[in-house]
Design a protein around this ligand. Structure first.
Ligand SMILES: [Zn+2]
Length: 301
């Protein structure tokens, strides 16, 4: 498998998971990963979980950033645009599209799951032009309003405010004339439905993608790590409304598990695809690919 692109079919849709690169969250800029990702976890329980996941010596979180391209009938849709120039190893989306012979101009729909830098940072080029000039951009209305008003400034903590606002200012206003906001769960294009998934940010969305009888749930940042699937009440420093995050996780994890829906999670090991497996009253994450990158056919319950 090429580590930056992964092709898969969903009914009659052709899908392509695309890496935008990785970003390293580590001290001194960020707290150590266990604190950053599980800020409210009880100490002993956290130590036990980290041990179960072989993460006792976890000094840095190297997070993948995974965008998704869907050829859906006459549409070519892109979900999130990556981080642009956020870090030394980000901003690889455009070259990965080129290597697949997909012109940025051919993308007619760009869906932004939320307004964080790693999801909108590739909206514009270094010259400030739209990277996907022919696209209709779609975002949840509350999310757009949050980043384009004083709300964001007031609600963000000192640690991240400047970077987050700078990315929003650079990457959101230029698309305004091509923007379409949604304020209820609805089909964005045939087969791609917006699902309200607030908490991480006020208007964060997930997507349910359906073709024939196959479904893919794009969870974006509903959970950032497999441990969040096992502990849906442990939230990350970057989750703006913790109780809402927990509620959203419970709703979407139950939905994915009950219907054995394939899931794509933006921050998990590339290509970010897997299943939510019931485990007693809880859940666990099962990657689609095994260690040798072979696709396992059915979720193992
Ligand atoms: Zn993210």
């Amino acid at each position: 498998m090429d580590e930056e692109t992964y092709h898969f079919k969903l009914g009659s849709f052709e899908c392509l998971a695309l890496s935008d690169g990785t970003f390293t969250y580590a001290p001194p800029i960020f707290p150590p990963p266990p604190t950053f990702l599980f800020i409210n976890a009880p100490k002993e329980r956290l130590a036990q979980k980290l041990q179960e996941h072989n993460l006792q010596q976890w000094a840095e979180w190297v997070s993948p950033y995974i965008c998704l391209l869907i050829k859906a009938g006459k549409h070519i849709a892109l979900v999130d645009t990556g981080a642009g120039g956020l870090g030394p190893n980000t901003g690889r989306l455009l070259q990965n599209l080129r290597s697949e012979n997909i012109a940025a101009e051919s993308i007619d729909t760009v869906i932004l799951t939320h307004g964080h830098p790693d999801h909108i940072g590739g909206n514009t080029t270094s010259e400030g032009k739209l990277a996907f000039p022919n696209a209709r951009f779609v975002m949840w209305k509350e999310e757009w309003d949050f980043w384009n008003s004083e709300q964001a400034k007031l609600k963000l903590d000192d640690h991240s405010r400047d970077v987050l606002l700078a990315f929003a200012r650079k990457n959101l206003p230029p698309l305004q004339s091509q923007l379409d906001t949604v304020d209820h769960e609805t089909e964005i294009i045939p087969g791609i439905r917006a699902i309200a998934a607030p908490g991480h940010t006020p208007g964060h969305i997930a997507l349910m993608i359906s073709s024939k009888n196959e479904k893919l749930l794009v969870t974006s940042d509903v959970f950032l790590h497999p441990i969040h699937v096992e502990q849906p009440d442990w939230h990350a420093m970057v989750d703006l409304a913790p109780q809402q995050v927990t509620n959203t996780r419970h709703r979407l994890l139950a939905l994915a598990a009950a219907n054995k829906v394939l899931v794509l999670a933006f921050h998990l090991t590339f290509p970010g695809l897997g299943y939510i497996i019931p485990k007693g009253k809880q859940w666990r994450w099962q990657p689609l690919l095994d260690e040798s990158n072979k696709r396992s056919k059915e979720p193992k319950c």
